[in-house]
Design a protein around this ligand. Structure first.
Ligand code: AKG
Length: 275
């Protein structure tokens, strides 16, 4: 059932994002962190590079988050009741590293049309100005897709370091979240994030994105799961639902999905980045 108030929906329409929304308890957020850190210990490098994507295919803990009713109720308010999960990404900035995200619009290289989709950024740790939370340029989603320079900076957490230049920083807004809260943002809102200057990791588990079942992938192939409602369009192949962490057959599907995603991310690129 749609849960955002008219006021929240108006704000989303006006600014291109809405935050904070309480969705998980601190304990649930911490369970996600534990799962990430277990994988990092047992399977070093598995979550690096393209491996930070589609993690809901190899972990029941991540998968459960994508199906959380509080998240889906808010998402339903924006894209309607027929909801598919088309991807997840871990955005991790470790303390004392130089990770950042240049200003960009998600819709630029992702191939999801029409734009009946929304990205849920779920805070696994607190996210604030000090540790490099996202910052949004309110209202920018109402404009067309902008020119992005391809910079291939190895500290940039975006695939090709796609960058919109000259964003007026004084007009941007920090998206401050406590662990367990989320923000929802529009496919064309301009956003990015700065360095983590704290002593702990900053972790976002990002459903990128929830799409209406009417949304097609026009650049390649994605693997979806049904979150809610009906899929009359049947544009996409369905993925497995993981029953155990890193089960062998799930790893095979994960690898296939990551390969296809990588092809989409780098269409037309002169070279490949780290992710
Ligand atoms: O985690 C970040 O700092 C940026 C994430 C982002 O760009 C996104 O979720 O679309």
């Amino acid at each position: 059932m749609a849960s955002l108030s008219d006021q929240q929906i108006n704000l989303y329409n006006q600014k291109g994002y809405i935050a904070p929304i309480n969705v998980l308890s601190k304990q649930e957020a911490n369970e996600i962190r534990q799962e990430i850190e277990t994988i990092e210990k047992k399977w070093p490098n598995a979550l690096e590079g393209i491996g930070r994507n589609y993690v809901h295919l190899i972990s029941p803990v991540f998968n459960k988050v994508c199906l959380n009713n509080k998240i889906l109720d808010a998402v339903e308010s924006i894209i309607g009741k027929n909801i598919l999960i088309c991807g997840t990404t871990l955005f991790i900035k470790n303390a004392n590293e130089k990770g950042f995200v240049s200003f960009h619009q998600d819709a630029k290289y992702i191939g999801l049309e029409p734009h009946n989709w929304v990205t849920a950024w779920i805070a696994v740790t607190d996210a604030n100005e000090k540790n490099g939370c996202m910052r949004m340029l309110p209202g920018s989603h109402k404009e067309n897709l902008k020119k992005h320079e391809q910079k291939f900076d190895e500290n940039n957490l975006l695939t090709r370091s796609q960058t919109i230049e000259n964003v007026p920083l004084e007009k941007t807004e920090f998206v401050v979240l406590k662990a367990g809260q989320m923000s929802l943002h529009h496919p064309t809102v301009v956003h990015g994030s700065g360095l983590n200057k704290s002593n702990d990791r900053r972790i976002g588990f990002v459903v990128q994105s929830y799409i209406g079942s009417n949304v097609d992938q026009v650049l390649g192939k994605i693997y979806v799961q049904k979150a809610r409602g009906e899929d009359k369009h049947k544009f996409h192949q369905y993925s497995n639902i993981p029953k155990a962490l890193m089960a062998e057959e799930d790893i095979l599907s994960w690898n296939k999905a990551k390969d296809e995603l990588s092809k989409i991310f780098y269409i037309g690129a002169k070279k490949k980045g780290k992710y």
